[in-house]
Design a protein around this ligand. Structure first.
Ligand code: GAL
Length: 437
């Protein structure tokens, strides 16, 4: 018995250690956002539309969020993982109530946020809300400065599940940092599970290099870069920024804390089909929160297929929780990869060229995963723009892929071990037929 306990203890300790490491030491340990948050956020599509008489279908009102919650359930969004229905700026009254609490605009949210949260919860979904670290929100509504505890408690009392905390009008750099820290602690004190979405590094960077270890200690995700627009330029700039800063932002991401390149604008007006594919593929590679900002009442079957693609979502939500990175830029192509659980890799080939037609990118499997992704062999599945089996390959296979301008081909590379049972029949130099693209 004594020996059994003796040998059991170190093994148990080792497991605990492994679990702690997997949990990402130093992350905001509120148990939330173990994989990137998925949901819907009103800002990019509906902005600060407040005139409901003029624009009843697109004003920021309880109606809008109830409709989105309904559709998230009826149209399959919830089934594939989209869970948080999130309110952004412009939900508030211009003044606090007589007890200094934030209150919603009475015309647009006549039932109040508590009722809205109940409704969203009754659908099996969660509700997100928006506040600001400074004196006023970006659109000029009351900020939380001086009221962090009260506002956190108000949100908790209403049954809110996520807070997007903006950084407009923050005052000094110290106030910015203090504010983000204090709101995190205030949310924690309420005892309610509330995902904390920050914009701290975005506001801090112009003055000071962000300390991502600290930011991850307080936030579940954080914006680094400018607001996304419904335009290729905006998606492109976001990707460019991310690749340029990957050495300082990739390693910190993991279960509990994620870099947030902002909303998915797929299903709107500004991106071509190939550009929408690029956004979805690269947001999966970047382990980004998948917060759609579109109109679920009017969305094309194609955009819905893309946003609901289970293989892409599985890459985004991979439990290993490692963010991907750009391995090489060559001849206006970019090759990105993301390590996945069980030694697999997601690989994206993006064609950055905005002139001409589809172009072929050639690369060796030995480029991938530091030579390990396909060593000794692997099977490759193309996930976007269409699903296609690329078959079995070995560690020096040469791959050719045709990519449309501003489009992306997303692959999943599953390593195959050396055990005799798994020994593959090789399909070296397989070139996928161009007609699949
Ligand atoms: C911006 C923020 C946007 C949106 C907007 C609301 O600063 O980055 O995502 O929340 O404020 O006014």
């Amino acid at each position: 018995m004594g020996t059994a306990v003796g040998s059991w203890r170190p093994a148990m300790l080792a497991w605990v250690l492994v679990l702690v490491l997997l949990a990402g030491a130093g992350a905001l340990e509120n148990g939330l956002a173990r994989t990137p948050t998925m949901g819907w956020l009103h800002w990019e599509r509906f902005m600060c539309t407040t005139d409901c008489a003029r624009e009843p279908l697109s004003c920021v009102s309880e109606q809008l969020f109830m409709q989105m919650a309904d559709l998230m359930v009826s149209d399959g969004w919830k089934d594939v993982g989209y869970e948080y229905v999130c309110i952004d700026d412009c939900w508030m009254s211009l003044t606090r109530d007589d007890q200094d609490r934030l209150q919603p605009d009475p015309e647009r949210f006549p039932s109040g946020i508590r009722k809205l949260a109940d409704y969203v919860h009754s659908k099996g979904l969660k509700l997100g809300i928006y506040g600001d670290v400074g004196n006023k929100t970006c659109a000029g509504f009351p900020g939380s400065y001086g009221y962090y505890d009260l506002d956190a408690q108000t949100f908790a009392n209403w049954g809110v599940d996520l807070l997007k905390f903006d950084g407009c009008n923050y005052g000094t750099q110290d106030q910015l940092a203090e504010g983000y820290r204090n709101m995190s602690l205030a949310l924690n004190k309420t005892g309610r599970s509330i995902v904390y979405s920050c914009e701290w590094p975005l506001y801090m960077r112009p003055m000071q290099k962000p300390n991502y270890t600290e930011i991850k200690h307080y936030c579940n995700h954080w914006r680094n870069f400018a607001d996304i627009y419904d335009a290729w330029n905006s998606v492109k700039n976001t990707l460019e920024w991310t690749a340029l800063h990957q050495d300082s932002i990739v390693d910190v991401a993991g279960p509990g804390g994620w870099n947030d390149p902002d909303m998915l604008v797929i299903g709107n007006f500004g991106l071509s089909w190939d550009q929408q594919v690029t956004q979805m593929a690269l947001w999966a590679i970047m382990a980004a929160p998948l917060l759609m900002s579109n109109d679920l009442r009017h969305i094309s079957p194609q955009a819905k297929w893309l946003l609901q693609n289970k293989d892409v979502i599985a890459i985004n939500q991979d439990p290993l929780g490692k963010q991907g990175y750009c391995i090489t830029k060559d001849n206006n192509f970019e090759l990105w990869e993301r390590p996945l659980s069980r030694g697999s890799y997601a690989v994206a080939v993006m064609n950055r060229q905005e002139i001409g037609g589809p172009r072929i990118f050639s690369f060796s499997t030995s480029f991938l995963g530091n030579g390990l992704a396909c060593n000794p062999a692997c099977s490759i599945q193309q996930i976007l723009p269409t699903s296609e089996d690329w078959g079995l390959h070995d560690w020096v296979s040469f791959l050719n892929t045709e990519v449309n301008p501003t489009g992306t081909v997303l692959l999943k590379v599953v390593v195959i071990g050396e055990s005799p049972a798994e020994k593959p029949v090789m399909n070296i130099n397989k070139k996928p037929s161009p007609d699949i693209l």
